[in-house]
Design a protein around this ligand. Structure first.
Ligand SMILES: [Zn+2]
Length: 76
């Protein structure tokens, strides 16, 4: 069976750990972790200073600016 990013995400949703997914699919743990991290990111808004997309990672506080530099610019 061929496993891709979607199958890795599905396996994670079904409750498997990164190690179990890696064992089952033969994909390295590092790759599995990276794919899951990327899947967790969603674009929530755009930076009001430079217009760059701001991604929100689950478990983290959503940011208003893309970077600290833009935050400083905004308040100046
Ligand atoms: Zn910005």
């Amino acid at each position: 069976m061929y496993f891709n990013r979607e199958s890795v995400i599905d396996l994670k949703k079904s409750g498997l750990s990164v190690r179990e997914i890696s064992k089952k699919t033969g994909i390295s743990k590092t790759t599995v972790e990276r794919w899951l991290q990327e899947a967790d990111k969603v674009i929530v808004s755009h930076c009001p200073v430079c217009g760059k997309e701001i991604t929100y990672t689950r478990g983290h506080r959503p940011k208003k600016f893309c970077s600290d530099a833009c935050c400083v610019k905004w308040w100046r």
